[in-house]
Write a protein that binds this ligand. Sequence first.
Ligand SMILES: [Zn+2]
Length: 554
Amino acid sequence: MGCERWTPVEAVLHPLGVVFLLLTGVFPLPAQPPPAPSAPSRADILRGEYGLYRANNDLLFYHLDIRVDPEKKFISGKNTIRFRMLKDGTRIQLDLHAALAIEKILLGDTALQYERELGAVFVDFPETLITGRVYTIDFYYSGNPVETGRFGGIAFRKDPSGHPWINTACEGIGASLWWPNKDQWRDEVESMQISVSIPDGLVDVSNGKFMGKTGLGDGYTRWDWLVQYPINNYDVSLNIGNYEHFADRLGDLPLDFYALPEDLDKAKKRFVQARGMIEAFQHYFGEYPFQKDGYKLIEAPYSGMEHQSAVTYGNHFANGYLERDWTGVGISPRFDFIIIHESAHEWFGNSITAADVSDMWIHEGWATYLESLYVEYMWGHDDALKYLNGYKSKVRNTQPIVTQRGVNRTPPQDQYFKGALFLNTLRSVVNDDARWWALLHDFYQHFKYQNIMTEDVVEYFNQKTGMSLTPIFDEYLRHPALPVLELKFDEAGGAVSYRWKADEPAFAMPVRVGTKDHWEMVRPTAEWKTMKTPLKKDEFEVAADLYYVNVSKM
Ligand SMILES: [Zn+2]
């Protein structure tokens, strides 16, 4: 999601709404200048930077094989890590939270030396690892992981009937909170095996395809899962509980659902929304990305998270978001926000992934925009526009959406709502829906299963549209303020002058003005231009539902 960056109670209405702006011609003074971001900590750099000891290797495979003791809140086991060297070297960087002990790290039978610094583990090899060769190490660890973050990171809870209920959700804090891995975004393993041993009678739902369970004869059972696609570390998840399972299919795609026994009836009614969701996103983007692994929806004690092929759900079995009308315009109560938003991440976040957390809008801006595509698929364009524009009340415009690279720090919440409103604006700039749908589909297909940066998105859109969209992307993603369309009226002369006031000097976005029944496309630049209009100042409108801009009338 994570919905970690914001909550319904934080959803403050901007003191000056856009409607008000249009009527009065006032636009908000830049409120408080945003606080300068504090200098990144050593820990944020160690985990955020793609340094030499990460860049010298390419992950191929993990086998995470652990035992989880619910009573002692204790994890022990190992991660087998296979990687290919991209550069000769004797050291690689892995990560494991300082609260967890390293038992040993083995290359075959050889115990490797290592050095720990905060969450980083620098592993040293006795001989140079050679470019192009594949190596496998076994990283043994144990301990009581720290419960931290809004969703606990890893939380050892009890369900209402007193059974253990253990879930992970570690997007911000990082997967190395509970297991050793190369904890960054750029390099994903190509596939992964997950083996989780838990007390008999409990169920573990992790990512990928269920391969079977094996009684270990000591009161524990091992649950085996196989992830057959690249996966982000933070998507790797445990859901251990007294789950009941039910199944469905959508064509060839297996749908598997897990809920607590007391919630089973509610879950059976609610989780059918997954079908329409998958149909909608397949309509726009193509096949569900993790066909071989299936789609799972799993009840969890927090609102929800996009764990790959194993989406977690805690939205109170009610439409809207945590029983609220999320964008406040009457559309959100028609569907379950968590099922739609978190599952949208299967396409944007899990299949297409940002290579650095700085560019996380590729996950959140897109997933939020996909909510509106779902609305459009189900109820039409007018409702989609209404839903999306409801998000304006949540935008702050105080910090850029794309943040500093190489630092483990989640970008501001504008990446969600402003990100989605920006994509809607881009659709208006393309100004040809058939072309827009093809662009979205082809963009997804081109980059699926890859880790990309904003530059890749911009280059693709420039190339496919033949337009110079870079200043528009940069204005919305790399500056805090919205562009302002300045309008200067000469009512006696029947004319209006217009120009953009924007942070990007080359910002020249076309925009529709006039009245709802007779929009006229103008192409403002930073220089004043004049057009004839019979409309008075208070009649002259800007198509603010189609373009997310501020307007200043003079
Ligand atoms: Zn999200």
